[in-house]
Design a protein around this ligand. Sequence first.
Ligand SMILES: C[S@@+](CC[C@H](N)C(=O)[O-])C[C@H]1O[C@@H](n2cnc3c(N)ncnc32)[C@H](O)[C@@H]1O
Length: 257
Amino acid sequence: MSDEHDSDADHEFVVVVVEPETPGNVGTIARAMKNFGIYDLRLVNPPPLDPDGEAYGFAGHAREDVLPNATETTLEEVVEEFHTIGTTAISHEDSTRHIRYPFKTPVEIADSLETVKTKTALVFGREGTGLDNEEIAMLDEVCCIPADGRYPVLNLGQAATILMYELRRFTVEETQLPDVERERASEAEIDVIYHFFDDLLDAIDYREHKRKKTSRMMRRLIGRAHPTEREAATLTGVLRRAAERARHPERFRDDDN
Ligand SMILES: C[S@@+](CC[C@H](N)C(=O)[O-])C[C@H]1O[C@@H](n2cnc3c(N)ncnc32)[C@H](O)[C@@H]1O
């Protein structure tokens, strides 16, 4: 992996796919690799990857780098060079097939890599038969993505995506999500909502004996909702207008709103 793409120099990841049968899956994996900051794709005995075919079609922007730079390798070479994490689904039919225990979840794999800084290969198997027992036995760890026991076998590309997602703490600077705290309405802005709500109760001559309860209910409701500045301003505007309209209907006679 080049420095240009390496967001955590202590960790280096490659993805290895053993005998993929469907070029589209290779494209899907290449795309997910780029999404999660992994650029080194190694293929064991791959099908031809036609630049006008499915692999490139499914690869999105990874058609510019991950896919054309993919190299062919053997599992023996991978084992020699990397700390290896194999992947497999455990299902009722084949739970006796892989005798190698324990299996780790993607999160457990990520946690275990916190303390071990290595060059790590994520190894995925064939669409039809996965990795066989001999191959699994060659690898350092085995990862199984927990899923519904009645159908725990994921599509190859999806399995690769999930594992890379869980390892993203080592590979990408995440996209910043909007800062909800910053957008949240302040206490003063919330007080203005309460003020205009109470004013509306006045304007519509809301029954005195129910007023306290309704006012409290509004406060509970808003307290649970954590409105943003914009929501608070909109609500305040509506309440203010409703009160004004209740008091002075004549002012709104020609108003469509
Ligand atoms: C369609 S599966 C192969 C099914 C095969 N019967 C098996 O048990 O591995 C193709 C590949 O996707 C990955 N895979 C699918 N489901 C998985 C899961 N639940 N956990 C981890 N990897 C999975 C593995 O790399 C597997 O070799």
